[in-house]
Design a protein around this ligand. Structure first.
Ligand SMILES: [Zn+2]
Length: 442
């Protein structure tokens, strides 16, 4: 790029800086990156929250990458996912989630929002303990030491037209009364590292009246998540049956505020983007999954300019790495705009720091937890951190590839990863391999 191009870029960045500074609501004020260096020269940074997870899908990572149809899409992937989901039971769920959560911790995620909808047996009948699948996930979080916000999912209909669940969706389903009973039951398990929130699967899966009933019964402060506007087909269905786009409809009919986390929100108009950014809600962006499923690109720059809160999720777990999610969040924008250094804000001209500040700023409201005592120590011997200085550590961590430099991980003040290895990596891995062999046998 020539000198004049660089000048243009600087003036663009300055103008973005001014816009963001004036539009940023006080509640989103930038806390700065709490990065510190120990006497031994090690870099300490806060743990990263993972705002969106379907744990069982980790076991099918890499198993949906063969073309089954010339127009393969999210919807053909979903058929593969449903076939796989039908094989999961509490025992295999515990084994798969334990492996996943250990990998998350090693990668630097210290908390997970588990968006859980595999509630019942494969034929749709409740287990003897109707919360058995939830409890398998809770046990996996407890055993691995990750902080969890469990989001039991309400899933009632198979489309915006209110059609019944298909055979393969039966195990996801609840009526409102049964669902509220599940939430009530699970709340007795809450503790220092476990919060029970709630999720609506999507607008197509939960009728408006049921959303209102559940909202009226939710305790104040319980986090509420929903998939929304991930696919163009979903936007079109919502438009034709409800006369509005999904995010537009949600904001027009419900008081969307800081309690809400909207997962994906990929397809937004400019007006939706601005209104959502100023609502106090968080958007959970899942860049690696959204790329894998061909969803589309979130309008990050416009959303940041309007002061929106956001975080990341590994969702389908085709990647378990906060570094990769953050890097691809930025790279997607670069590829689409043919520019560089898109995600910068009023607190820093560093893309890495801006991204890290973003995921930390939304953590408490999106997870419903403070995250006290959750932090990572980076390996001071890692070549990519050689001669690192305070102002370049985060960029070097995020923009240097896939070799992990997370040496230690602490959750709630307890160390769970040492020398880059989860404390139970071997035992968890052995059990995972046994369970996968069983799950994948014909
Ligand atoms: Zn999801």
């Amino acid at each position: 790029m020539g000198v004049s191009g660089q000048r243009r870029r600087v003036s663009l960045a300055q103008s973005i800086f001014r816009q963001s500074a004036t539009r940023m609501p006080a509640s989103s004020s930038n806390p700065g990156v709490p990065l510190s260096q120990t006497a031994a020269g090690r870099w300490r940074i806060p743990g990263i929250p993972n705002l969106h997870s379907h744990a069982f899908q980790r076991a099918m990572a890499g198993l949906a990458e063969r073309q089954t149809h010339p127009q393969d899409s999210f919807w053909t992937w979903r058929e593969t996912m449903y076939r796989f989901a039908a094989r999961m039971d509490p025992e295999s769920t515990h084994a798969v989630a334990s492996q996943l959560y250990a990998e998350m911790l090693e990668a630097g995620y210290t908390s997970v929002c588990e968006f859980h909808y595999l509630h019942h047996a494969a034929d749709g009948r409740p287990y003897a303990d109707p919360a058995a699948m939830s409890r398998a996930l809770i046990a996996a979080a407890r055993d691995t030491g990750i902080r969890m916000t469990l989001l039991p999912v309400l899933y009632m209909t198979g489309g915006f037209d209110g059609r019944a669940l298909s055979t393969r969706q039966q195990r996801f389903g609840h009526d409102v009364e049964g669902f509220l009973g599940l939430l009530q039951d699970l709340r007795s398990d809450e503790g220092a590292l476990l919060r029970i929130g709630c999720a609506f699967h999507s607008l197509r899966a939960v009728p408006e009246s049921a959303m209102r009933e559940v909202l009226a019964a939710l305790p104040a402060g319980a986090p509420l998540h929903i998939h929304i506007a991930e696919q163009i087909g979903e936007v079109q269905d919502c438009l034709s049956l409800r006369g509005a786009r999904p995010v537009e409809w949600l904001q027009g009919n419900f008081e969307v505020d800081a309690r809400w986390t909207l997962v994906h929100a990929t397809h937004l108009t400019a007006a939706e983007t601005t209104r959502l950014a100023t609502s106090g809600a968080t958007v959970a962006i899942c860049p690696s999954t959204e790329a894998n499923l061909g969803d589309g690109l979130f309008p990050l720059r416009a959303y940041l300019d309007a002061g929106g809160a956001w975080g990341i999720g590994s969702d389908s777990h085709i990647s378990v790495s906060p570094v990769e999610e953050l890097r691809w969040l930025e790279y997607g924008q670069r590829l689409a705009t043919r520019q560089r250094n898109i995600a910068v804000g009023p607190g820093s001209s560093s893309v890495g720091e801006t991204l890290l500040q973003g995921v930390l700023a939304s953590a408490r409201t999106a997870t419903g937890q403070e995250g006290s005592g959750d932090y990572l120590m980076l390996d001071p011997q890692a070549p990519i951190l050689a001669a690192a200085r305070q102002h370049d550590v985060v960029d070097r961590w995020i923009f240097s590839g896939n070799r992990s430099v997370v040496e230690e991980v602490h959750v709630g003040g307890r160390q769970v990863v040492a020398d880059g290895r989860h404390r139970d990596r071997d035992a968890i891995g052995t059990r995972y391999r046994e369970v996968l062999a069983r799950l994948l046998s014909d």
